[in-house]
Design a protein around this ligand. Sequence first.
Ligand code: MLT
Ligand code: MN
Length: 312
Amino acid sequence: MHLKILGSAAGGGFPQWNCNFHLSRRARNGVAGVRPRTQSSLAASADGTGWILFNASPDIREQIAASKCLQPSETDPLRSTPIRAVVLTNADVDHIAGLLSLRERQRFTLYATRRVLSVLEENSIFNVLDRGLVDRRELRLDIPTPILDWQQQPTGITVEAFGVPGKIALFLEDEAKAADGFGTQEGDTVGLRITSDAGAPNAFYIPGCARIDADLKSRLDGAACLMFDGTVFTDDEMLTAGVGSKTGQRMGHLHMSGPDGSIASLSDIAIGRRIYVHINNTNPVLDERSPETALVRDSGWDVGFDGMEVRL
Ligand code: MLT
Ligand code: MN
């Protein structure tokens, strides 16, 4: 199985258009070791020919332009794509806005939980993806789902979605339900187990996760590769940076560091490769020379970057 990180940044990207924090400024200025990143997306392929996109980022056009494997080849028909399907992990803007760029009467399939499909349903702008061409399919929780192309042919990739602690999409938060997760429902945020064949090594893609509980740990134990929520290094990072008032927890994201962070929480289970994705523009690991990057690496994690490939 081929995995390629198309976008390793969280919502807003890196540098974010209006961010003047030192990290965005240094990325903008081309400082060595502070590389720019596009918004959150992964591509997977069983055979290196047909590809599945996991999340459709607002930067999808740029991501396709940077990835030959996602472009039509010279001998392909006049309108074609090697992208067979798109699978969504939530309905946040950084994961669904790219769907709007996949119009132009192209056939593919779209998979998401019933909850995320209902968000698309309620926002008529997504009707630019003609239902006759883009079949919307429900991804049921805890059931391995072979991803099929528009002709109902197997793509060779199977996905199992499972609920993870998280949050309703930011633009749907209901302040009146603040005490009740702002209206969060089942299926709002899922993690995905991705395989190419029965018995083949597992990859997990979890770009948003607020907490690591025993259930999640037992699922992840023995994984060949984990791509996990690397939004913030410390929970109060956005406040400390002076760029916002929300903690990682308030945004539905678990921090990397500290006794209850993802590094410590997953340190006692077997995972082949650990890679952080969905990295916010305040996270010090965006500077490859920072002590926080050294700590992450010494703990057995990689900091994902755009174009990073993993072969399982
Ligand atoms: C998040 O991951 O918390 C969201 O992408 C935030 C957003 O929609 O900007
Ligand atoms: Mn996000």
